[in-house]
Design a protein around this ligand. Structure first.
Ligand SMILES: [Zn+2]
Length: 120
């Protein structure tokens, strides 16, 4: 009996899984986690391959949006949609990093790696 080689990546949608919360979870966090679980795979699929310089500029843009308007995301405000979009896109971008990204009760990665919470 032969076994197939392990996959070298998680496919076009990446791997996006919930991880146990490290602190008491507020209802907002649970809702945000569900939104991220539903939307980050699509963002991974739709995000074009970017060169390193463009990736850094894009990451800075997302970080600036989240840093400036994270309160709108949590408490409501006119920047809520743009900030949520930046958070989703930021997860998709960070999923490219070796070992992926783990935050807000979500892990996202694009390739198998040691210690992956989504590994079976
Ligand atoms: Zn992983």
């Amino acid at each position: 009996m032969t076994t197939s080689p392990p996959p070298t990546d998680h496919g076009p949608f990446g791997l996006v899984v919930a991880v146990p919360a490290t602190t008491a979870e507020a209802p907002f966090n649970a809702n945000l986690r569900e939104i991220l679980l539903a939307t980050v795979p699509l963002a991974i699929r739709q995000q074009p391959d970017l060169g390193r310089a463009e990736m850094m500029r894009t990451a800075q843009k997302f970080a600036r949006q989240i840093g400036s308007h994270g309160d709108d995301l949590q408490f409501g405000g006119r920047h809520r949609g743009a900030t949520l979009s930046a958070l989703i896109s930021g997860f998709a971008l960070l999923s490219r990093a070796e070992g992926g990204v783990t935050a807000l009760g979500v892990h996202a990665c694009r390739a198998p790696h040691e210690g992956c919470p989504g590994a079976h």
